[in-house]
Design a protein around this ligand. Structure first.
Ligand code: PA5
Length: 466
């Protein structure tokens, strides 16, 4: 199991002004946490509750179909290109970066065990897209287009360009180069897929984008590049019971949600920094930023009060950001909680040779980089305590599919519990709609004429382009 150590958020570690009396707070909030967890578990299967992600550890049927498809196309493609944005991309990026050999796409086919390279397009930068489309040989590329709504402008514009290119190059065969992951019946991509006969997978009902990494959204690309999705599912299953435990002392997701909530509400720690000490976990920080920001940043609480709530998530990576952000974290405004992620046992052990005897670097000779990165994580945590800055550590015994899945799932449960503590709707995102509507208006989508009129007034007639 992954481990959680919150000792450095306590009064004993960082003093009364910034620390928490954790034992007392656990006692005080035990009934509330029990109620939250009981209700979440009861609500889980209610349509419209958006809690179906809590069942993804038990979706044997999906896992079976995904594995069957991956086995069927194995050896046929040199590249997998994933089109998607936000929750349809960030989990995939985080997991593949963490679990594939580093520099995967630069390795030879033999070094990759003849598994495909994988690319994610999660933006609409014309230069990047053009370069990607020029670089990839379409005859050897499988495109996985992922959009739950089936109409996201960024993803569908990417898809329209690539479909056109593929059709020109491959003729009718292009269909075999597309696999779509979308809603089971709604949305334009579903309609196109049905009409054109693409292979499809389903984003289950009541699973929002940022909670979808363990649905077909993530499992399809993972299986295509040979990641063991059985291990992923096993990892979730084995931690799920512990995270359903209504006793806060036995539930690390509940503990971490409460710690974040209390530090924000009572001690002004408005910023949650995710800082793995592992380059391979770098994109877990990006995934966490979306999960925490889009879920908890809300204008209204459940009772309709205007609250404008939400801690700000920030991404960092150790040891790299010790040389960029740590100065601020130690000496700047004391408004942050630092989440360290540690890896106990790296895949490789790398020794630093004893080749210099200069006092300033000679001590490194004969040590391992493994001990250096872990010493730096320890040292940073202690230094933060010296400055009375709350920090906590989640440890993965090893960086593998099993433990990574546990980490991500724990962070999802933690987010859901935090949303309940804040009394907000964790699973909607009304704040992203306004800019979307304006974009539709700017691009001339039918039905958005009213937004276009508002835009004209706000921006000036000449700047409205469509
Ligand atoms: O978490 C979310 O809900 C969003 O980030 C969505 O995943 C994102 O907007 C993409 O949506 P869709 O999958 O419908 O294209």
């Amino acid at each position: 199991m992954i481990k959680f150590n919150p000792k450095n958020v306590t009064i004993e570690a960082i003093g009364e002004e910034h620390g928490l009396d954790l034992e007392r707070k656990f006692d005080e909030y035990a009934p509330k946490i029990e109620k939250i967890l009981t209700e979440l578990n009861q609500r889980k299967d209610k349509p419209g509750a958006w809690l179906q992600w809590m069942n993804l550890g038990y979706s044997e049927e999906t896992v079976w179909y995904v594995k069957e498809y991956a086995a069927m196309v194995r050896g046929r493609f040199e590249n997998v290109l994933v089109l998607g944005i936000g929750g349809s991309a960030l989990g995939g990026i985080a997991v593949t970066e963490a679990l594939l050999k580093p520099y995967w796409n630069l390795l030879t086919a033999e070094q990759r065990d003849n598994l495909p390279r994988i690319f994610f397009l999660d933006n609409i930068d014309p230069d990047q897209m053009s370069a990607m489309f020029e670089m990839l040989d379409m005859k050897k590329t499988l495109v996985n287009v992922i959009t739950k709504s089936g109409s996201t402008a960024e993803t569908m514009s990417q898809f329209m360009i690539i479909k056109d290119k593929m059709q020109a190059i491959l003729g009718d065969d292009y269909r075999k180069h597309i696999v779509a992951t979308t809603d089971k019946e709604a949305g334009i991509l579903r309609q196109i897929s049905n009409e054109e006969g693409y292979k499809t997978f389903v984003v289950p009902d009541d699973v929002g984008g940022r909670f979808s990494v363990f649905s077909a959204v993530g499992l399809v690309p993972f299986a295509l590049v040979g990641i063991d999705i059985d291990e992923i599912i096993e990892g979730i299953k084995n931690i799920d019971l512990a995270l359903k435990n209504t006793d806060i002392r036995k539930n690390i997701a509940a503990q971490n949600a409460l710690i974040h909530y209390l530090l924000e509400r009572e001690k002004g720690k408005n910023i949650s920094v995710m800082m793995p000490y592992s380059s391979r976990l770098r994109y877990v920080s990006d995934w966490y930023v979306q999960l925490w920001a889009e879920s908890l940043g809300k204008e209204e609480d459940r009772d309709g009060n205007k609250v404008n709530i939400g801690p700000t998530p920030v991404k960092a990576v150790g040891a790299t950001d010790q040389h960029s952000q740590i100065q601020l974290y130690n000496e700047g405004k004391n408004d942050k909680i630092i989440n360290f992620i540690r890896v106990e046992e790296f895949d490789k052990e790398l020794e630093i040779p004893k080749i210099f005897e200069y006092t300033g670097i000679g001590y490194l000779g004969g040590k391992t980089v493994n001990s250096l990165i872990n010493a730096e994580a320890d040292a940073t945590a202690v230094a933060l305590c010296d400055y009375n800055r709350p920090n906590l550590t989640i440890t993965l015994p090893k960086l593998n599919a099993y433990h990574l899945a546990q980490l991500l799932y724990m962070l999802e449960v933690q987010t859901a519990i935090a949303g309940e503590l804040y009394n907000i709707n964790t699973f909607n995102q009304p704040g992203v709609e306004q800019a979307k509507n304006y974009t539709y208006a700017l691009m001339g989508r039918a039905g958005y004429e009213d937004s276009a009129a508002i835009l004209r007034e706000k921006m000036g007639e000449s700047t409205v382009s469509a």
